[in-house]
Ligand binder design. Structure first.
Ligand SMILES: O=P(O)(O)OC[C@H]1O[C@H](O)[C@H](O)[C@@H](O)[C@@H]1O
Length: 296
């Protein structure tokens, strides 16, 4: 059996490659482990809660309908950081394809976290589709505005925590020349650095990155993660480094920042505006591609 469902999670094992396994919590529809060819690809805090009491610190939390805090939008302004998708229990819809094994989860106001959904009075359906391939993982989101009258405005982001061996000799490539908003310095500039390196806290939103920019995480000249985006123009690159991780109670081990980097494809610079009855789709694909340098 390639799909196992329990009360709290769904585990997919590739039918022809038993060393490829993905584990998805119903809480947040959060992928918290993806093993490809026998090795874990995602970072997960050893102190994270997997019992639905708090968003997962690690894996691929889903950020909707707001990235960070939005103080300007009349509906989004009351929501907590990163919205409510990661703190709601999604409905498991079942397996939709045998090979590659594919499953779907759904979230609508009826299932969403009751304390948070009352702050965002919209009618919507989200469908997350997860496909496990021999050497890749695809996550696809469909957002439908089910209202007959009201426009819906939102952000979407896959908050992907990638596992690395040593962040100090790792870099993120193919963002050279892109406009970035540095969330720490609170300034926007064109990043002329050939690659993003990590020797202190990094928290940057790369804006409107063309889809043909294939973001790679490279260690010692070897690409260890490759990320393809569809309809997700922005990419957040985050490493909390020493001080920020020590302030996060659910971040363990405390030097775990050395083994992770978040590369988060999203639509966060602007809000997606969806007319009544309309649907919006986006996806990310994680795999291990050939080294490819894309310069300015
Ligand atoms: O602590 P969280 O709410 O999960 O947010 C974790 C991080 O998410 C994103 O990467 C943001 O760019 C960061 O500013 C934030 O610190």
């Amino acid at each position: 059996m390639s799909i196992q469902e329990t009360d709290t999670q769904v585990i997919i094992t590739h039918p022809n490659h038993s060393d490829s396994v993905v584990k998805i919590l119903k809480y947040g529809a959060t992928i918290y482990s993806w093993v490809s060819k026998g090795s874990e690809q995602l970072w997960l805090s050893s102190a994270t809660k997997l019992d639905g009491s708090k968003p997962v610190r690690g894996g691929i939390p889903l950020v909707f309908p707001v990235f960070g805090k939005n103080t300007a939008d009349e509906y989004l302004k009351d929501l907590p950081q990163h919205g409510f998708a990661r703190n709601s229990t999604w409905e498991f819809l079942g397996q939709t394809r045998q090979n590659p094994p594919t499953v779907q989860f759904a979230l609508s106001p009826e299932q969403a976290n009751p304390d948070l959904i009352k702050l965002w009075p919209m009618d919507f359906t989200l469908i997350l589709t997860v496909s496990l391939h021999k050497e890749s993982l695809t996550t696809k989101i469909e957002v439908k505005n089910t209202s007959e009258t009201k426009e819906m405005k939102f952000n979407w982001l896959f908050h992907t925590y990638l596992r690395v061996e040593d962040i100090e000799d790792t870099f993120v490539s193919n963002l050279a020349g892109m406009t970035t908003y540095d969330q720490l310095l609170q300034i926007t500039y064109d990043d002329k650095h050939p690659v993003v390196t990590f020797h202190e806290e990094v928290d940057k939103i790369y804006k409107e990155v063309p889809e043909d920019r294939i973001i790679q995480v490279v260690r010692k000249g070897v690409p260890i993660h490759t990320l393809k985006r569809s309809n997700l123009p922005d990419a957040v690159v985050w490493n909390p480094w020493i001080e920020k991780s020590s302030g996060m109670g659910d971040f363990e081990p405390k030097d775990g920042y050395l083994q992770m980097v978040c590369v988060e494809p999203g639509h966060v610079h602007d809000l997606v505006k969806l007319a009544p009855g309309e649907t919006w789709n986006a996806s990310q694909k994680l795999f291990n591609g050939e080294l490819k340098y894309q310069a300015i």
